[in-house]
Design a protein around this ligand. Sequence first.
Ligand SMILES: [Zn+2]
Length: 271
Amino acid sequence: MKAKPKANSVKSNAKSIDRDQLSIYLADLLQVNRVKDYCPNGLQVQGKGTIKKIVTGVTASLSLIDAAIEEGADAILVHHGWFWKNDDVRVVGQLHARLKLLMEHEISLFAYHLPLDLHPTLGNNAQLAQVMGWIDAKASPAAYPGAIDGLIWRGKTSGTQKTLGQLARSVASRLGRDPLVIGDLNKPVKTIAWCTGAAQGYITEAIAMKVDAYISGEVSEPTFHAAQEMGVAYIAAGHHATERYGIQALGQHLSKKWGVEHQFIDIPNPI
Ligand SMILES: [Zn+2]
């Protein structure tokens, strides 16, 4: 007897959740008030009151909204939402185009930035460790006053990730993107630290942690010098590439918990 396709069974049993109930549930799950952020975390744009289908993605771009409409989404959940601290508050240009499309289709937009990086199991850092097979992965306390507790993670490489070159190859194959690597490819790497996204500035924290290599998403000109002069290898594995996993895990969690339909849509981004 043939097993029923999984996607169909999810769809036929799909339930719904009240938009505001979902907002309250996520605020609690992700402890959104725990951290000071550069954007509002939670419901950013109000859509229809009942949600049957959730689309997740990394960034609330126009392409993601288009794709979500195509798939019949009632809500979009992202890591990178809108309304960042220094944004122009006027609804013109890019924001106008995005907002108009979203509101015409009554789709809610939920965004979770730092709370999604920080979550101990569903977060970007926890999920990246799982994808990469890193062991003894745990969040690290803040290295200096004012730094955010738990944003940098540390652990150990596994399997064939014994040198910097091997670790870089493992990143390339598991994340599907060639990383930028700073350091001697033959250098043994056992202890590592990582923070997804644009966390190249935290390389000084990684140096203080005395790890063999630090992995983040992006890279800046000073990163090269810090890595070279302080003896820590650096891998820029991609901002988008390192932040695809938390939001997917969150969508899967909601689907399991509430029976709503969930679909992750990857809009590729080379950065
Ligand atoms: Zn990010």
